[in-house]
Design a protein around this ligand. Structure first.
Ligand SMILES: [Fe+2]
Ligand SMILES: [Fe+2]
Length: 324
């Protein structure tokens, strides 16, 4: 199924747009069958599908460590977490389908490279400490983002976020537990987790997206309350939450400019290397090619399952017609 044309196709009726914006301003939730500007539908489809793809691709760096988790407990937690991420992906794909684009189309866009996913998942997981840092920092950043998205104007997206955030809290805790254990362990363990934090810190800050002045979609998404806070506000909130957590276990940040500002009560941080971010987004990160190759392989290997379930559905439909 292709994108549904909006009822007021290319040029939306200004009266409808005004009524829609009044509903948003009144804090009403927009539901799938409500009228919405075509651009709102397209922006949400882009944003939600990018989110769903990130959940699915995000399983890859961690899945890489399931067989090597250092204990049965850690292995069980990691399996459960990775499985949760699959659930988040499917849940958000379903939410995206309510806007009129089916999952098949969305998945094809991921596989052919026309859709994006979070830049963070293009970095490698070199040691077990990376799994701790992903849960602590990457899921931690996701919570900051998603807590605000739970108040987004589009009902199905907001409701998905409420449910997903509950699970993300477990993900963050399992990550921080790994980090805290290593940070208070042997000198070698402490060095391993410090190295992981050094590698994951800046990419985690990039996860919130470009600075607001360089974010082409931000203003519109804020106006329609798809986003409720700017990228820079969310990034600052994440830094403020995370710095004391690192300090509590004696870890440091790879940022000589990081310092507490009494006046704003913010942890001010140094300049982010946006060239690196845009290179990763363009497909030149350390693992971009591996990630897409792994998704294509999984998709190809699942072809027989999709065919079998379609054949089964057809057979069932034929049986019930016969019975009738
Ligand atoms: Fe998730
Ligand atoms: Fe998660």
């Amino acid at each position: 199924m292709e994108q549904k044309p909006s009822k007021a196709a290319a040029t939306d009726d200004p009266a409808l747009v005004a009524a829609f914006e009044a509903r948003i301003a009144a804090g009403e939730s927009i539901e799938p069958k409500d009228w919405m500007p075509d651009r709102y539908r397209r922006q949400l489809t882009r944003m939600m599908s990018q989110h769903a793809h990130s959940e699915i691709v995000g399983m890859l760096p961690e899945g890489n460590w399931i067989t090597r988790a250092p204990s049965l407990r850690r292995k069980m937690c990691l399996i459960a977490k990775v499985q949760d991420e699959a659930g988040h992906g499917l849940y958000i794909y379903c939410g995206t389908e309510t806007l009129g684009t089916d999952r098949q189309t969305l998945v094809e866009q991921l596989l052919d490279g026309t859709a994006k996913y979070s830049s963070i998942f293009n970095y490698p997981t070199l040691t077990w400490a990376d799994i701790g840092c992903i849960g602590w920092l990457v899921d931690g950043a996701a919570i900051v983002n998603q807590t605000v998205l739970a108040k987004a104007s589009y009902g199905p997206y907001a409701r998905a976020m409420i449910r997903i955030c509950k699970e993300e809290n477990f993900h963050k805790r399992q990550g921080y537990e790994i980090v805290a254990t290593l940070a208070t362990g042997t000198p070698a363990q402490k060095a391993m987790v410090q190295d992981a934090l050094n590698r994951w810190w800046w990419p985690s800050l990039m996860m919130f997206g470009p600075s607001d002045k360089d974010s082409p979609n931000s203003a519109e998404l804020l106006k329609w309350r798809v986003k409720r806070k700017t990228n820079d506000e969310l990034r600052q909130r994440f830094v403020n939450l995370t710095v004391p957590q690192a300090q509590a276990v004696g870890l440091t940040f790879p940022d000589p400019d990081l310092k507490y500002d009494e006046a704003s009560e913010d942890w001010k941080f140094g300049a982010i290397d946006w060239d690196e971010f845009f290179e990763v987004i363009k497909g030149n990160g350390p693992c971009n090619q591996d990630r897409i190759a792994a998704r294509r392989k999984a998709h190809d290997e699942g072809q027989w399952v999709r065919e079998a379930s379609a054949a089964y559905a057809e057979k069932n439909a034929a049986r019930s017609t016969e019975a009738a």
